[in-house]
Design a protein around this ligand. Structure first.
Ligand code: NI
Length: 226
């Protein structure tokens, strides 16, 4: 399941992020990553131990915990401390699949990457190119979102970032280990959850809600790995 989640950060938060990131110490994206996809990667990154990455990463984790759509779709067991990248003109990240296990040096966090996340920090009009292309069973999805909005997609997907032909693209990226490892099972739970929410709004007293909520919880009990 590929899901767009608008408004994770407010415009004020995005402005604060941008001013902090402007003055940060960016390094070659390959210095911080020793994995195979490094060959395809041509961008800049904030070192994971940098003060900006830590402070802004914390703010993102708080924002996620207040975003019901994220909680419902990801069913997070653990969120990797958010990282930050920057693509200037000519930069790109070719086709790759994210590593299955990621370790974060400063915190010792180590997770299985079930879901990949990109949180956009620039408006689409600020740069040309830079779309995130994700290959899924329905074909290639092309994603370029408003500043403060986020996309979730299965970490098993082949994906790439198109070359930037004008301007600069700033984003945060991270992974989630979910309580429900399988993307298909997670999608079923998400659809059921959304249907229950709609039914609760349209027919609040319907006794079927008790059954459906029971089914949701019993499926989560069956599939969840806390
Ligand atoms: Ni990736």
């Amino acid at each position: 399941m590929l899901l767009q989640i608008p408004g994770v950060l407010t415009p004020e938060q995005v402005a604060h992020f941008r001013s902090r990131l402007d003055g940060a110490g960016w390094v070659d994206g390959n210095i911080t990553s020793g994995y195979q996809s490094a060959k395809a990667k041509f961008n800049e990154q904030l070192p994971d131990e940098s003060a900006e990455a830590r402070e802004l990463g914390e703010a993102i984790l708080v924002a996620l915990s207040r975003t019901p759509l994220f909680m419902a779709a990801a069913l997070p067991k653990q969120v990797f401390p958010p990282l930050f990248n920057r693509y200037r003109q000519g930069m790109t990240f070719g086709n790759h699949v994210d590593s299955a296990i990621r370790s974060h040096g400063p915190t010792g966090v180590r997770i299985r990457t079930d879901i990949s996340a990109t949180l956009f920090l620039c408006a689409p009009g600020e740069y040309d190119g830079g779309e995130l292309l994700v290959e899924d069973t329905y074909g290639v999805q092309r994603v370029k979102l408003d500043a403060g909005s986020m996309v979730l997609y299965p970490a098993t997907s082949v994906h790439r970032v198109e070359p930037i032909t004008r301007g600069t693209r700033l984003a945060s990226f991270f992974w989630i280990q979910s309580l429900v490892r399988d993307d298909g099972q997670r999608s079923v739970l998400f659809d059921l959850d959304m249907a229950i929410i709609r039914l609760t709004k349209d027919h609040p007293g319907d006794p079927a809600l008790i059954s459906l909520t029971g089914v949701y919880n019993n499926l989560l009990r069956m599939w969840g790995q806390p």
